[in-house]
Design a protein around this ligand. Structure first.
Ligand code: FE2
Length: 364
């Protein structure tokens, strides 16, 4: 077997460009239970932006707003609204990662550079992926600071109340019709990922929301990127709605793992997070479809948590509504009990729920 030319230790952080990072930071702290750990901005010597770093277990989110109307961050927000800019990958050698990928055809977003402060040094380098999204390779083995050089520790007087979010299970990209295979090949050829699963039209078409999806994974399986493209349906696909409002390809959802989905979703609902609703009939024959599960059916039904089974076990999952006013980025909460798949058995119920929301927005 050939050597993995792009060994990844996992996701390092996800950075969102948002209209008002100060307020978004409080939303993610309050509603999702993240803890504010670091900040960069004018007070720390960064003149053009403010960035808040939030953490829960292994997940780090960075929320960034520009301080002026000029420049790439403001341009990004005007075009896309709030959304994911950086899917950062934790590596042992950022310069080598950049070299291996750019030599295989990746477009560079920024060349390897070493940044340092009193806590040591970090090497970062970035390549472009779909839309205006980038991957930043982060090499931090010589660094002992809170996040990255330029950031200072910052805490909130609001004490974080974590809800059991543990790590990023997968991050999904939406691309234009006919572009899915190009991006799957990008991950295969340029980043050494392997194709894990294909979902075609037949698997997941409802009356309207047909889409196609392929899942790629890196060598150790720590990083999984499903890629969606719209497929022809009777009316507008949910992927097209995303592309229309995001004005191009981008991250559709991040799935976050928990060990206790009932507890996690109970807390999220209590704190005002909105979820897609499937009809209660979904639960009538659920156990016939998925077999025996450890959980009681009643709380799952009450919280609208979905269940699916594959050859290796089962999974529980639920999807939030978009977390900004444009129908773009949303989150999935997932608890895996052996299953390594993505909930194919729920696609139909789920997509019908999405279409009801699309209909309410007048976008079907
Ligand atoms: Fe997902």
């Amino acid at each position: 077997m050939s050597q993995d030319f792009l060994p990844l230790n996992g996701t390092d952080y996800v950075e969102l460009y948002v209209g008002n990072a100060k307020q978004s930071a409080l939303y993610y702290q309050y509603a999702f239970g993240y803890e504010l750990i670091a900040y960069a901005g004018p007070e720390t010597g960064i003149k053009d932006r403010a960035s808040y770093v939030l953490k829960q277990d292994k997940i780090r989110l960075v929320l960034t707003s520009p301080l002026h109307p000029e420049g790439p961050i403001a341009d990004h927000i005007r075009k896309h609204g709030d959304g994911v800019k950086v899917l950062a990958l934790w590596v042992d050698d950022a310069a080598q990662s950049w070299k291996e990928t750019t030599s295989r055809g990746a477009e560079s977003a920024s060349e390897p550079k070493t940044i340092s402060d009193e806590y040591g040094q970090v090497v970062v380098a970035s390549i472009k992926t779909y839309g205006e999204t980038i991957h930043t390779f982060v090499e931090r083995k010589e660094y002992k600071g809170i996040f990255l050089p330029g950031y200072q520790p910052k805490s909130s007087t609001y004490a974080a109340q974590p809800i059991g979010l543990k790590y990023i299970d997968h991050c999904v990209g939406n691309v234009e019709l006919g572009e899915m295979n190009r991006w799957v090949e990008f991950y295969e050829n340029v980043m050494g990922f392997k194709l894990l699963i294909t979902f075609d039209d037949e698997d997941i078409s409802t009356e309207y929301s047909a889409l196609m999806s392929k899942v790629v994974s890196n060598g150790n399986g720590y990083v999984k990127f499903p890629i969606n493209e719209p497929a022809a349906g009777k009316k507008k696909s949910q992927i097209e709605e995303y592309l229309d409002f995001y004005r191009g390809p981008g991250v559709q959802h991040m799935a976050i793992a928990t060990d206790d989905i009932i507890e996690t979703v109970t807390e999220l609902r209590k704190r005002g997070v909105e979820f897609l609703v499937v009809p209660s009939s979904y639960y009538d024959d659920l156990l016939d479809r998925v077999g025996e599960i450890d959980e009681d059916l009643e709380p799952l039904k009450e919280l609208n948590i979905l269940v699916d089974r594959d050859d290796e076990g089962y999974l529980l999952q639920i999807f939030t509504k978009p977390v900004q006013d444009r129908p773009t980025l949303f989150f999935e909460i997932i608890q895996r009990k052996g299953a390594k798949s993505f909930g194919k058995g729920n696609f139909k119920a789920l997509f019908e729920a999405i279409e009801r929301e699309q209909g309410l927005r007048g976008n079907l």
